[in-house]
Design a protein. Structure first.
Ligand code: AMP
Length: 546
């Protein structure tokens, strides 16, 4: 084989911040802090302080491969840790603080975290954790001395003191690009959380794909609002993509309510915002309740929605009230996370809004680097006809090959594909549409009913705030759909009105057998509907005629 003659430079996370600090030195990182005020700094500042982090960690005896945990919101200090920890060759372990304390404790032990960095909001959680997590050498509170609270955490260190004592002279080490860079546990609804261990190479490649025009289209002209948390799949890789492209970043800290998010969108002239549907729901409710005029007040051009399906009604609302295009995207922790993005093709140019929204309901086309297939129960490939639903499998350089420290796993099929656990169709243009999680599909008389399709149809009703569909046991059909609704405040929607509304919108035999009304729906730590808990809540529920 004739070898090419190109330079062999490792793809390292430190190269991203080096690039940003040099070529986008004045681009801003704006953070709402836990202490209260807004904070502004630049990529150059983050670059310098990340070097202090690396020096400080070296001084604390941190070695290559050591796991350094964070329990923190989106903010500049978290970003400094992203670069300081991974850049020096240690592993940044971002923990989701919304998990149950026992799960956090399990994760810290399983990962064998050496140091835990945390925000002021999590003092009570860390006080408990400090008793149990005996392997942790020290806890570091991400604030300055003036804000250190009275608390019961032995040997507590102060972040700003550590940085002040460290030099910002540091040469980022060069090492194999396959070295582990960060670790994120999936918040599985059953069993213990499982660790996905990213590498420098996978993170940099994913970042390139995310920046690409038909990826998430990120460049120096954009101002990004990272509503998606940095403790969930590295905020969809945006802290890396931001540095790669020089995009201005806005970090909301702990304030994710509709009013706070709207205020940031307005004050910081955000052009592209990224988050899961539950936070957008809060934003849309705030806009409706307060009679705001987002189209006139905001500069928002695009909203990336992923993590759960983006309902048509939500995309329509962003389009008509905000003048913003919804970019529907799909992925998972195991995929770094981006797999598909719903951008449009030239053939869609003359489409009416109605027709275009039908395209935008799909999760989109695979970005370069992600291979996809849908297969039947026996692993045989299914046609890309937009109708035949099957198990969705993926392969690519930023997709996991196994979970961290899980013995005896064989995650991939014979061709190296990973089973996502999702059920999907792919159409002739390559647009993939998730119809369900495999375990949430409603199996009615041997046929599958998509709970997501029903939920999206139900949420289009103006009186519905949120909708969930689960399988309820049925004597004749084994399972039938039960629709569970949260009404908008002051609305009086009845069961029959709801079912009537669905007529003609979904196949007749998909119409749920019953509707239950609740005040709120349970969600997982990453904002998805908690179907397992819903099924438990409705375990004794009897369908009419079931
Ligand atoms: P997580 O690893 O927590 O990010 O969850 C990944 C899972 O979220 C996927 O396997 C899907 O089931 C679901 N998911 C992510 N994005 C979407 C989307 N756009 N539409 C429907 N489900 C999604």
């Amino acid at each position: 084989m004739l070898q090419g003659l190109m330079q062999d430079r490792p793809l390292l996370i430190s190269s991203l911040i080096e690039h940003a600090a040099r070529f986008h030195s004045q681009a801003e990182i704006v953070s709402r802090t836990c202490e209260g005020p807004m904070h502004r700094c630049t990529y150059a500042d983050i670059g310098r302080r990340a070097k202090r982090v690396a020096n400080a960690l070296s001084g604390l005896g941190v070695a290559t491969g050591d796991r350094i945990a964070t329990l923190a919101w989106n903010g500049y200090r978290h970003m400094e840790l992203y670069y300081g920890v991974s850049g020096m060759g240690a592993v940044l372990h971002t923990i989701n603080p919304r998990l149950f304390p026992e799960q956090v404790e399990y994760i810290v032990r399983h990962a064998e975290d050496r140091f835990v960095f945390f925000d002021l909001s999590f003092v009570p959680l860390i006080e408990k954790l400090a008793q149990a997590a005996t392997g942790v050498r020290a806890f570091v509170l991400m604030t300055d001395r003036a804000h250190l609270p009275e608390c019961d955490i032995p040997g507590l260190l102060c972040y700003e003191d550590l940085l002040a004592a460290a030099s910002d002279e540091y040469e980022w080490p060069q090492f194999d690009e396959h070295t582990a860079s960060s670790l994120c546990y999936t918040s599985g609804t059953t069993g213990n959380p499982k660790g996905v261990l990213y590498s420098h190479r996978s993170s940099v490649l994913h970042s390139w794909a995310a920046c690409a025009a038909d990826g998430l289209g990120i460049g120096a002209a954009e101002t990004l609002l990272l509503v998606v948390p940095m403790f969930h799949v590295n905020a969809w890789g945006m802290p890396y993509a931001g540095a790669m492209s020089g995009a201005r970043l806005v970090m909301p800290g702990p304030a994710l309510d509709g009013r706070s998010v709207y205020e940031l969108l307005r004050a910081e002239k955000v052009t592209l915002a990224l988050g899961v549907p539950t936070v957008w729901l809060m934003l849309l409710q705030h806009v409706e309740a307060s009679g705001l005029r987002p189209k006139e007040e905001l500069c928002l051009r695009r909203v990336v929605i992923g993590g759960s399906s983006a309902p048509r009604a939500m995309s329509e609302c962003f389009e008509t009230q905000f003048g913003a295009f919804v970019v529907h995207a799909w992925g998972m922790t195991e995929m770094s996370p981006v797999g598909t993005v719903c951008n449009l093709l030239p053939k869609h140019q003359g489409y009416t809004l109605e027709q275009r929204l039908t395209v935008q309901e799909k999760q989109g086309r695979a970005i370069y680097g992600v291979e996809m297939k849908v297969v039947d129960d026996d692993g045989r490939r299914l046609p890309h006809d937009g109708r035949t639903a099957g198990h969705l499998l993926v392969r690519g350089p930023w997709i996991t090959s196994g979970y961290y420290r899980e013995a005896g796993q064989d995650l991939l099929d014979a061709d190296g594909f990973f089973d996502t656990g999702d059920v999907a169709t792919i159409d002739a243009d390559g647009y993939m549409q998730i119809t369900d999680r495999a375990k949430d599909v409603i199996k009615s008389g041997g046929e599958w009913i998509s709970s997501i399709t029903l939920e999206n149809a139900a949420i289009a009703h103006p009186a519905v705030a949120e909708a969930a569909v689960i399988a309820a046991a049925h004597d004749k059909w084994q399972e039938r759909p039960l629709l569970i609704i949260v009404r908008k405040p002051g609305q009086t929607l009845t069961r029959d009105e709801m079912l009537q509304f669905l007529q003609g919108k979904v196949a007749n035999w998909w119409i749920p057998d019953d509707v239950a009304f609740v005040h709120e729906l349970p969600h997982t730590a990453t904002g998805k509907l908690h179907k397992l808990r819903l099924r438990e809540m409705f375990r004794d529920y009897r369908l009419p005629g079931g």
